[in-house]
Design a protein around this ligand. Structure first.
Ligand SMILES: *[C@@H]1O[C@H](CO)[C@@H](O)[C@H](O)[C@H]1NC(C)=O
Ligand SMILES: [Zn+2]
Length: 418
C-alpha cells in the first residue's frame, strides 16, 4: 500500500466521519488570536463557579456568546450538583465550553502521563455532564511547550491562548481592566481574543456589562472563540451520561496538584456516548428529535396519556420510550399508538403541543419533515422550540414557519432501552 493511497483513504474516512454540523475542523494548533473580522471573543477561565450563570445570562440577554475554559477541581468540584447544573445551563445557552485542565496545575512542570491525566479528567467530566468532546484546551497560566501541544493535538484539541489580558485575576482593579477594553477599542483592532476569569465577582458585576456595552456600541460581534476562528467548538457532540457515584473529585488531583502516588494517572480516552451510534435495546429504530442547536436535548412526551404535554428534556442515556418517536407516513408516533398532535387543531402561534391516540386522517397529527423543519402538513406552521429555551420542561409549540433556529430539529436514530 503506497503512502499516497493511505493518505487519500484517511481523507475519505474523515469526510465520512464528519459530524454533519461541523463547518471546519481545524488540525489542532495554537490559537492566540481570532481570525474573523469584527469578532471579539470574551473568554472566562477557572470556573465553573457561582458567577457562571449570571455571566451566561448577561451574554444571552445581549444576543452575545461567551467562552468558558473550565477546570474540574479548582474553585469548586465540577461534580458538585450546583456546578453540574450551571455547566449544563451555560452550554444550553449556546456558550462555548472548553477545557482548562482538571486541577489548574502548570502543565510545563508535569510529566507526560500527568499532562494526559490533566486533560483526560476534564474530557471525562464534559463527556459525562454534557456529552461533548472539547476541541480547545487553554493551558493554565498560558504556559505550554511542544510536548504539551503534541499531547493536546493527539487528543484532538487546539491550544487556546489570547491576545488581550484584562488582568482581572492578577490584581488589576476593575478600572485597570476596563482600560484594557478601552485599549482594544482605541487600537481599532479587527478582532480580539480577551482573557477574563468567571471566578471574580467584579468581573461578573462590572467588567462583563462594561465590555458587552462597549464592544457592541462599536459594532463588534461578541462571539465564541470557535466562531471568531470559524471552526467547530467541539470534536463531537453526543449524549450526556447518567450520574453515578463515580462522579466525584475524591481521589483526583487537588487544585494545583497532579496524579501520581496514590492517584493513578489516566492516560487513555474517556467513555463517550454518541447519538450517532444506536444504543442496544429492544426497539432498534426509534427516532430522537433534538433542537439542532443542542443534541443533548430530546423532544419528550410527558407521559403515555392522551393530552400529555410534549416538552424538552435531557436525552436519556440508552434511549427512553418517552423520547423514541417513529416516523410513520405523516405521523410522528410514540408509545406505539400515540401521535404528536396540534392541541385542538388551534392554529394560533404559541399553541402548545400534546400527544393523542393516533387516528387515521386526523389532520392535527400530520407533519411534513423537510430538512430540519417539522411542518404541520398543509399549513405554513412549524414545530417551534418555545422562546428557544432548552430548559428541561419547556413546552414545545407551533409558530408560523420562519426558518429560524427555534424551528430547526435534528433527527437521529437509536434504540430504546428504558
Ligand atoms: C492590567 O491593567 C493594565 C492597565 O490597563 C494593563 O496594561 C495590563 O495589561 C493589565 N493586565 C495585567 C495582567 O496586568
Ligand atoms: Zn486559569
Amino acid at each position: 500500500m503506497s503512502t499516497r493511497f493511505v493518505f487519500s483513504t484517511l481523507l475519505a474516512a474523515s469526510a465520512v466521519w464528519a459530524h454533519p454540523h461541523l463547518e471546519y475542523r481545524a488540525t489542532p494548533q495554537v490559537y492566540d488570536a481570532c481570525i474573523n473580522a469584527n469578532d471579539i471573543a470574551l473568554t472566562f477561565d477557572d470556573g465553573p463557579w457561582i458567577y457562571l450563570r449570571d455571566i451566561s445570562d448577561q451574554f444571552t440577554a445581549a444576543g452575545a456568546k461567551a467562552s468558558f475554559f473550565m477546570n474540574g477541581n479548582n474553585w469548586d468540584c465540577i461534580y458538585n450538583p450546583d456546578r453540574i447544573a450551571d455547566v449544563k445551563y451555560a452550554y444550553a445557552a449556546g456558550h462555548q465550553i472548553s477545557s482548562h485542565t482538571w486541577s489548574h496545575a502548570d502543565l510545563t512542570s508535569l510529566s507526560t502521563p500527568q499532562i494526559q491525566d490533566a486533560m483526560f479528567r476534564m474530557e471525562e467530566a464534559f463527556s459525562r455532564i454534557l456529552g461533548i468532546k472539547p476541541a480547545f484546551m487553554r493551558p493554565p497560566f498560558g504556559d505550554y511547550n511542544d510536548n504539551i501541544q503534541s499531547i493536546a493535538a493527539a487528543r484532538g484539541q487546539s491550544l487556546a491562548l489570547w491576545d488581550w489580558d484584562t488582568g482581572d485575576a492578577d490584581g488589576n482593579t476593575t478600572a485597570q481592566s476596563e482600560a484594557v477594553y478601552n485599549d482594544v477599542v482605541s487600537a481599532k483592532v479587527s478582532n480580539a481574543l480577551i482573557l477574563e476569569h468567571e471566578t471574580e465577582q467584579t468581573t461578573d458585576s462590572t467588567l462583563v456589562p462594561f465590555a458587552i456595552k462597549l464592544f457592541q456600541s462599536k459594532g463588534y460581534n461578541l462571539v465564541t472563540m470557535a466562531q471568531c476562528l470559524g471552526v467547530d467548538p467541539y470534536q463531537a457532540i453526543g449524549v450526556p451520561q447518567q450520574q453515578t457515584a463515580s462522579w466525584t473529585c475524591d481521589g483526583t488531583p487537588d487544585p494545583g496538584a497532579a496524579c501520581g502516588g496514590s492517584i493513578a494517572c489516566e492516560t487513555g480516552t474517556p467513555v463517550f456516548s454518541s447519538t450517532t451510534t444506536a444504543p442496544s435495546g429492544p426497539t432498534p429504530t426509534a427516532t430522537f428529535i433534538h433542537p439542532t442547536a443542542n443534541a443533548a436535548k430530546c423532544l419528550t412526551a410527558a407521559s403515555n396519556t392522551d393530552g400529555a404535554a410534549v416538552e424538552i428534556e435531557d436525552c436519556v442515556s440508552g434511549g427512553s420510550t418517552t423520547q423514541g418517536w417513529t416516523v410513520s407516513g405523516s405521523n410522528l408516533q410514540i408509545f406505539g399508538s400515540k401521535c404528536l398532535d396540534v392541541t385542538n387543531g388551534v392554529t394560533t402561534n404559541g399553541n402548545k403541543m400534546q400527544i393523542w391516540t393516533c387516528a387515521a386522517g386526523n389532520t392535527n397529527q400530520m407533519w411534513t419533515l423537510s430538512g430540519n423543519t417539522i411542518q404541520w402538513s398543509g399549513q405554513s406552521i412549524c414545530l417551534d422550540l418555545t422562546d428557544g429555551s432548552v430548559t428541561d420542561g419547556n413546552l414545545v409549540q407551533i409558530w408560523t414557519c420562519t426558518g429560524g433556529p427555534n424551528q430547526q430539529w435534528t433527527r437521529t436514530t437509536g434504540g430504546v432501552a428504558n
